[in-house]
Design a protein around this ligand. Sequence first.
Ligand SMILES: Cc1ncc(C[n+]2csc(CCOP(=O)(O)OP(=O)(O)O)c2C)c(N)n1
Ligand SMILES: [Mg+2]
Length: 624
Amino acid sequence: MKAMKGKTKKLTTGQAIVEFLQNQFVERDGVKQAFFAGCFGIFGHGNVGGIGQALFQYPTFKYYQARNEQAMVHAAIAYAKVKNRLGAFACTTSIGPGATNMITGAATATINHLPVLLLPSDIFAARNADPVLQQLEYPGSKDISVNDSFKPVSRYWDRINRPEQLISALQQAMRTLTSPSETGAVTICVPQDVQAECYDFPMELFSERTWHIQRARADKFVLQEAARIISGSKNPVIIAGGGTIYSDAGKVLKELVNRTGIPVAETFAGKGSLNFDEPQNLGAVGVTGTPGAISACEKADVVIGIGTRYSDFTTASQSAFQNPDVQFININVSGFDSFKQGGLSVIGDAREAIKELDKLLGSYRISGKYAAVIKKSNEDWNKIVDKVYSLNHGVPTSQGEVIGAVNNFSSPKDVVVCAAGSLPGDLHKLWRTRDSKGFHLEYGYSCMGYEIAGGLGAKMADPSREIYVMVGDGSYLMMSQEIVTSVQEGYKLTIILINNSGYSSIGGLSNSLGTKGFGTHYKYRDKKSGQLDGEYLPVDLATNAESLGAVVLRTNNIDDFKQALAEARNNDKTTVIYIETDREQRVDGYAWWEVPVASVSTADSVKEGFERMQNGKQRQRHYL
Ligand SMILES: Cc1ncc(C[n+]2csc(CCOP(=O)(O)OP(=O)(O)O)c2C)c(N)n1
Ligand SMILES: [Mg+2]
C-alpha cells in the first residue's frame, strides 16, 4: 500500500466502481472470501456506456443478464441468504423505470437483513438537457429524482454527483453491507453522465481490502442477568430467528438445548436452526406454528428470542404469550431488535452469546414434567404431519400431499424456496428440515415473485444442492421470467408450480373475514352478474413455462407427481412440475392473526368476521 501513496489511476466512475468491488473480501472466523460474486444488470441509456462499459472492460467481474430488475434483486438476496451474508451481488440498472423496478427488491433485502448493492442510474448531474427521457420533474426542487424513493428502503443511500465522491461512498457501502446489524440494501445512485466521467482516483482505493465480519461479544453483566432469569424459570422457550442461522449458531444451540432441555420454536427465517427431529425442536412458532410451539409460548415464563425481529407472524399479533409474568431475553446483534417485547437486551452475536450462556447456566435443566410435555407434543405433531402428507385426497390433490412428496423425495441438503401465498404457512408447519440452509423462505416481505428468481440466486450460491422452488399460480404469473436466466446460465431449478386458479390464501382469509373470497379467483367477468364470477380463465401455465425454455412435466395426480420428481432429478435443465390442487383443502391453522375487518357492513358474514376478530383481540397484550 505504501508504494502506492500519492499514485493515482485515471478511471471513469463506472470503471472505478467495478475495480473497487472486485477487490473487496470478507473474513469471518478466519475464513476469507471474495465478497462480490459479480453484477446483475439490465442496460439502458442510463448505464450502457457507463457501468455497462466498465463491466465490458473487466470481464473478471462477472456480468449476469436478468429479465426484470426486481427479479435480479431477488436473486441477489437469495444468494446472500444462502451464503449467510458472507457473499453478495451488485445490481446495475438504467434510470427511471429500470431503477424504480428495484425498489421492491430493496425493501425485501432490507427487511430480511440481507446485503445487496444497488446501483441505479440517475438523471444527468449536469442537468444541461433536462428533462431527459424517463426523468420525473419535481417542480419544488431540481435535486430530486425517482431514485430518492430508495431512501426509506435502503440501509445506506448516496448519490454520486462528482466521481471523487465515490471514494467515501464506497467505504460506507461496504461498512453497511458487511455489518451484521445494519446490513440490507445499499443504494448508490450514479447519474448517467457521472458514470462515464473520469477522475484520477488514488491507487489505494483499488487495493485488496478485507472487511472483518465481527462477532460482537455480549456484555458480561447482562449475560449473567440473563442466566439468572433463565435459571429461575420453569417453562422457558427459545424462539430461534434468522440471526441464529446467519451466525451459524445451530451447533451450539443444539448443545445448549440438548443439555438443558429448553425447547426451541422456529420463525420462518430461523427454521433449520435445529433439525426437525431434534428432541427439543417444537418446530414452527406463531400464526403458522405447531400446537406444541404455540402452547409452549402461551405458557412460557421466560422467552429467549435469538436473532428474531418478533414479526406479527411470530407473536401471533402479540397474542402468543399469555403468562402474566412472562419475561423476554433478546439476543440480537441489532440493538433495535434486542429491546423489543420489553426484554432484557443482550446485544451480541448469537453463537458467542449462546456459548457464554451455556457456561453460565451451569447444571440448569428443565423439569422432567416439562420435558415430557415437549416429547408428547412432538409425537402428536409428527402424526399430524404424516396424516397430511398421505391424505389421499384424490384429484385435484391437496397441497399438503405435494409438500409431503417433495419433502420425502428431497435429500437433506436440498433447499426448498418459497415466499408468498398459502405455501409459506404450510411449509413452515409441515416441512421437515434437515439442514440449516434447507428451508429458504422469504417471509419478511413475503414478496410474490421472489420464488423463481430466489431459487436462481440460491442455486448460484450453492450449485451442489438441488433447489425446489415451490410457487403458486399467482406468484408464477407475477414473476417467472428468471426461468430464462436459469436456462441461460445452466443453473438448474426444479420448480413445483401449484395451480389452484387464483389467490387461494387470500381467498381463505377473505372467507374468514366474511367477504367470501371476493376478487381471489381467476375467473372471467360474467356478463349477467357483471362480476368476476364467470368460468375459470383458460391460462396454460405449463405451456408458458415451456415457452421460456424449461422442461415441463405435467402431472394429474400425486402418483404422477412423485414420478415427475424422480424424472426431474435426472434432468440437468430447469424443470417445471405442474400440478393442480384443491384450493379448499387447507392445512389446519392453530393460532390467531390480526387483520382489519370492516366495523360496519351490510353483510352478516362480515359482521360475524368482525366479532371473531374482536374476540381474538382480547388476547393481545403489551409487553413493557
Ligand atoms: C407482490 C405481492 N402482492 C400481493 C401480495 C398479497 N398476497 C399474498 S398471497 C397472495 C396470493 C398468492 O397467490 P398464489 O401464488 O396463487 O398462492 P395461493 O394463495 O393460491 O397459495 C397475494 C395476492 C403479496 N404478498 N405480494
Ligand atoms: Mg394460487
